[in-house]
Design a protein around this ligand. Structure first.
Ligand code: ARG
Length: 273
């Protein structure tokens, strides 16, 4: 009888231990979810900072529209972030391998990438544009057909040029960055460079003496939308989407946009898509 009593005391006691353990883990769980900023880990954000005015290095410091916007979004979501320049191809490797939490780098949301990654709601509208030396006989995208064209490897610029030149065309020159493609053109090694409109426009603006001009082609080059890119299934998407909506609504987005582009964004265009 005594032994039985002892056994039941032990059993009740172990049950209490088990229950309290469950209780603890539950509390911890909800604390991390709703906890304040100081408890959240610093997120690693990867970028290819060779794409002014979106992201570029200025005396070793990472700057640009994307950078300011990313800071504002993270602040709104209650996260500390560290943005690091890793390069374009490594950016995809890091996010896929989850050694980075997310990426911002003027990354176009497209179906192919959506198979492997998750994207935020769009934050910028873009399209490809052609940069050529002054006096070039290239007048639209179709004129690129028999030309040597430089692009940044693995970008939508490469894709749209491949659609005209053919996938394995030897006339397509791929570079690690758009800047290298532009240097190739300046050296006479390419007839044109195709990259995002805002980036080539910035280049022309900053290099007025270089005798380069822009060719727009809204028929052959479609509108593209930029998004933050996450590993598939990332829980950050939901929180950050809310934060993006908030910074658009509260005027922070417009303020940052204005600082970088000196005009107001068309918010209707951005939110209707
Ligand atoms: N928007 C284009 C794409 O997603 C080019 C982006 C390149 N970005 C960069 N930071 N180099 O393919």
């Amino acid at each position: 009888m005594k032994a039985l009593k002892l056994l039941s005391i032990v059993m009740v006691f172990s049950l209490m231990v088990i229950l309290s353990a469950c209780g603890t883990s539950k509390t911890n769980g909800s604390e991390t979810n709703s906890g304040n900023t100081s408890e959240k880990k610093t997120l690693k954000v990867v970028s290819n900072a060779e794409y002014a005015p979106f992201e570029y290095l200025d005396k070793g410091k990472i700057k640009g529209f994307d950078i300011d916007l990313m800071e504002a979004i993270a602040k709104e979501a209650g996260y500390k972030i560290k943005i690091v320049h890793v390069g374009w191809d490594p950016l995809f490797v890091e996010i896929k391998g989850k050694t980075a939490d997310l990426g911002i780098s003027a990354i176009t949301i497209n179906e192919e990438r959506q198979q492997t990654y998750d994207f935020s709601i769009p934050y910028f509208i873009s399209t490809n544009e052609i940069l050529v030396p002054k006096g070039s006989n290239i007048k639209d995208a179709m004129d690129l057909k028999d030309k040597v064209v430089g692009v940044q490897n693995g970008t939508t610029g490469q894709e749209v040029v491949e659609a005209i030149l053919g996938k394995n065309s030897s006339n397509l020159k791929k570079f690690e960055s758009t800047n290298l493609a532009i240097m190739e053109m300046k050296g006479g090694g390419a007839d044109a460079v195709v990259a995002d409109n805002t980036v080539v426009e910035e280049y022309v603006k900053n290099n007025p003496k270089e005798n380069v001009v822009l060719i727009k082609d809204e028929v052959n080059f479609e509108k593209e939308l930029y998004g933050l890119m996450y590993p598939k299934g990332s829980k950050l998407k939901e929180e950050f989407d809310k934060a993006i909506k908030k910074v658009i609504e509260n005027g922070t987005y417009t303020k940052i946009y204005n600082e970088w582009f000196k005009v107001n964004p068309d918010l209707n265009l951005l939110t209707e898509k």
